[in-house]
Design a protein. Structure first.
Length: 106
């Protein structure tokens, strides 16, 4: 499957990807994908991202075993963000939490 032309990668070649649990709709994490990681996600059925800190591709779960099985993938009305609905295997956050969004401000 080809990447839709409507997806707008930023000046660094990245697009934000919101990862959501397919059953509960909880927001699990935010990652960034480049064209290659998006293609790998589509073709493999598991999430791949571009690590901005490490400067390389990474498959979520490659070291932890906590993979994300892709169920649905959408892009927003502006084409500058993705929504990836997944079945999460194990904890999503490297801290062991079920979501990366556990630090409450208000």
């Amino acid at each position: 499957m080809e990447i839709p032309n409507e997806i707008k990668f930023d000046e660094k070649g990245l697009v934000a990807a919101v990862i959501q649990d397919s059953a509960s709709n909880a927001v699990l994490m935010l990652g960034y994908m480049n064209r290659e990681s998006l293609e790998m996600t589509i073709n493999s059925g598991r999430t791949w991202f571009w690590s901005r800190s490490r400067g390389k591709l990474w498959n979520k779960g490659e070291t932890s075993g906590h993979f994300q099985e892709v169920k649905e993938l959408f892009f927003d009305c502006d084409g500058d963000a993705l929504l990836v609905k997944v079945d999460q295997i194990g904890a999503v956050c490297h801290t062991g939490h079920g979501s990366c969004f556990f630090n409450r401000i208000v």
